[in-house]
Every structure is written in structure tokens, then in C-alpha cells.
Design a protein around this ligand. Structure first.
Ligand code: AMP
Length: 377
């Protein structure tokens, strides 16, 4: 297959911050970027050459969009399968629609992980209150009920602590297809962001450590503070996932590290991931450029990290007392500020992030937290 070269147009389904950072990487290398989503003046649209506003279900609009680009990729995995299918009638879609189909539904994703012989959080599929009761009996308390259709950032989830919460949990999740997961009292959470090229080549960014707050990623640090052997195991698991799914592009595997040093897969994201945002400033090739290289059939770039790094998310809450003090954060010369151009700062909404590079991860994490606090002073 011939590589898709600079000057070509790349189509992105979805228009959030992941598409924005992808578009920045692509435009830096001389590509044109078209984005497709139901919204206007989007984070991706603001930096793309062309912003197409149409419903994902408008398959004629999807085909038109696809005809005008050399390859379609996505930054949002919850686009309907029919959308990816319609695009693939007109141009290459990478990664392919089958990967979307598997990873946009928890039951299918968990069945894939089980079949691949990889370790995952114990779970039961539940379709009714009665099945939920049986599953709770089998897995014990606490347990996490999640709608099978993927929410993101902990949406569509309920932590069931005791039997009297059964009805409340079932109604709160409000899905007729759900999974109940054992609650993992983890030691920490890590992720591996990796990429696979058209030729099967594989690169990764090592294990990244993640701290969540209210189920939303708060801080990521790289490298993760874990035994290098465990990090190597996590990378090997990610390699198997990308290989078995025949991914062309970037995929992130999120893990729980248990208190006995065991790895359990939490979930997969078939695209650049929030935990990989620090690669933008910290690595020779960011996860976004890597996605571009992979979907264009170019050789993958070096993932070498310049220095230990940390990233802190900036959520809408930061705006509760007005515009944060951007100049204040810039008083830290080593801090890199990223804002996504979102106009409405809602609570829990990812508006931007900060990255710090330091001599060690502790210093990087403490600097990024300090700079974020400074935004509010
Ligand atoms: P998810 O959207 O499923 O990745 O969940 C978001 C976050 O909620 C995870 O990163 C964990 O911090 C927490 N969480 C989700 N599922 C579990 C679980 N089974 N046990 C413990 N914590 C969980």
C-alpha cells in the first residue's frame, strides 16, 4: 500500500480535544484536516481546514465527507457502526469499523479480552433486576454496575455497596444491557498507550500512572512508579490487544494494578487517550502524530521521552469563580498550557490540561498540581 503523504486530506469523525490535538499534529506535518460531527465551532473544527456539521446518522453526508479525504479516522469511538461502514464505502477507515464495534460496548469488549486470554476485572453480564441480584450474590459487595453501551468518564455507572441499593442502581444506570464488575481495591491505575502501523510495526509509551477523581482522570505521570517487570507485562498485554484487533492507529489499554501486583484490564480506548496527552510535550513523537503516521501508512516515530512528565486535567469547575489566571500558570516557565477552545465550562467537562517535565515524576506531579492551584489564586 502506498503511504498517504503530506498535502493529503485526513478525515476525523468526532470534533473534541483529541481531534484538535490530532489536527494540530497533522497540520504541522502539512496535511489538511476535515472534521465531521453534529456540532459547530468545535475544538477540532477551530483548527481544521474544514468543519462539516451533520448528524452521524446522515449517511449521505458521511459518504460525501469520506469521498473528499484520503483516509478517515476517529477521535470519538461512539460513532454508530453504520457511520464507519458508510465511510468505508468511499475511502479507507483506520482503525476499521469492527474495532469500533467491539470497543463501544462493554460486553463485546470483555468477551474479546477473555477470548484473547488476557486478565480482566471479574464481571457478569446483566439484563434484568433478577440477574443483577444473582450477579451481586456471586461477585459480592461493593460492585460497580455499568451500562454496556459505553459512557465515558464514569457516566452510566453506580457503585453498589449493599443489597438495599439494588433497585436504585438498576434504575440509575437505566440500561437493559449492563455489566456488573467486582470492585477492585487497586493499588494504582496505569495505562499503556501504543500504536500499530499498517505493516504491523508496534511502538508504545511505556506504563503511565493515572489518578482519577470522581471517576474522571485527574493526573497522569510517566513513567509509572511500578516494577519495570510489571510495566513490561502491561506493554506485552497491550501488544497482544493491538495485534489481535489488527489495529492501525493508537489504542490505549487501561489497567488496575491490584495490591498483590496483578494486572487487570479495565477498558480499551481505540484512539489517542487522555493519559497520553503528556506525550505532546514530553516525547519525540506525540500520540497524535503517531496516530497520523499509522493511519497514513508512514513509519511510526520514536516514543522516547525527554524527561519524566506529569499532566493535570483542567475541568470546567476551575471556572466557577470566573476565568482562571492563565498568566499566573505561565509564571512557571516549565509548564505547558493546553486549552481546547470549548466555550462553555461545565462541571466535569475537560477544558484543557497542563504538562510539566522535571527531573523525576514526583517533582513533575507536584509542579503541575501547584500550577493548577495557581490558576485559582
Ligand atoms: P471507567 O469509565 O469504567 O474507566 O471508570 C472510571 C474510573 O472509575 C476508573 O478509572 C476507576 O478509577 C473507577 N472504577 C471503574 N470501575 C472500577 C472497578 N471495577 N473497581 C474499582 N474502581 C473502578
Amino acid at each position: 500500500m502506498k503511504a498517504i503523504l503530506p498535502g493529503s486530506a485526513i478525515g476525523v469523525l468526532g470534533s473534541g480535544q483529541l481531534g484538535r490535538m490530532f489536527a494540530i499534529a497533522a497540520r504541522r506535518m502539512g496535511y489538511r484536516v476535515h472534521t465531521f460531527s453534529p456540532d459547530q465551532d468545535t475544538p477540532t473544527g477551530q483548527v481544521a481546514d474544514l468543519e462539516v456539521t451533520a448528524a452521524y446518522e446522515d449517511l449521505d453526508a458521511v459518504r460525501d465527507f469520506a469521498r473528499n479525504v484520503s483516509v478517515v479516522t476517529f477521535e470519538f469511538e461512539n460513532v454508530p457502526t453504520a457511520t464507519a461502514q458508510a465511510a468505508s464505502e468511499c475511502t479507507a477507515v483506520r482503525p476499521n469499523g469492527e474495532i469500533l464495534h467491539i470497543t463501544q460496548q462493554r460486553v463485546r469488549e470483555k468477551q474479546f479480552i477473555t477470548k484473547a486470554g488476557l486478565p480482566l476485572t471479574p464481571y457478569r453480564e446483566v439484563h434484568s433486576r433478577e440477574q443483577l441480584q444473582t450477579a451481586l450474590h456471586e461477585l459480592g459487595y461493593p460492585a460497580v454496575l455499568k451500562s454496556a453501551a459505553f459512557g465515558y468518564d464514569g457516566k452510566g455507572q453506580f457503585l453498589v455497596k449493599s443489597p438495599d441499593q439494588l433497585t436504585e442502581a438498576w434504575e440509575a444506570v437505566g440500561a437493559d444491557q449492563a455489566v456488573l464488575e467486582a470492585f477492585i481495591d487497586f493499588e494504582r491505575e496505569i495505562s499503556v498507550v501504543a500504536a500499530r502501523g499498517v505493516d504491523g510495526s508496534f511502538v508504545h509509551y511505556g506504563a503511565i500512572e493515572n489518578e482519577h477523581s470522581h471517576r474522571i482522570l485527574d493526573i497522569s505521570i510517566a513513567p509509572a512508579r511500578i516494577d519495570p517487570k510489571l510495566a513490561a507485562q502491561a506493554v506485552e498485554i497491550a501488544r497482544v490487544v493491538l495485534e489481535k484487533l489488527e489495529v492501525v492507529g493508537v489504542l490505549c489499554v487501561e489497567f488496575f494494578v491490584t495490591r498483590v501486583g496483578e494486572l487487570l484490564i479495565n477498558e480499551l480506548a481505540p484512539r489517542p487517550h487522555n493519559s497520553g496527552h503528556l506525550t505532546f510535550d514530553a516525547c519525540v513523537t506525540s500520540q497524535f502524530e503517531q496516530q497520523l503516521r499509522a493511519v497514513c501508512g508512514l513509519p511510526l516515530g520514536s516514543t522516547a521521552r525527554y524527561r519524566p512528565a506529569a499532566m493535570a486535567n483542567l475541568l470546567g469547575e476551575l471556572w466557577s469563580k470566573g476565568e482562571p489566571d492563565w498568566a499566573g500558570a505561565c509564571e512557571y516557565p516549565q509548564i505547558k498550557l493546553h486549552l481546547y477552545g470549548k466555550l462553555e465550562p461545565r462541571a466535569g467537562r475537560k477544558m484543557g490540561h497542563l504538562t510539566a517535565l522535571e527531573c523525576d515524576v514526583e517533582q513533575a506531579a507536584s509542579l503541575v498540581i501547584q500550577a493548577r492551584r495557581r490558576l485559582l489564586e
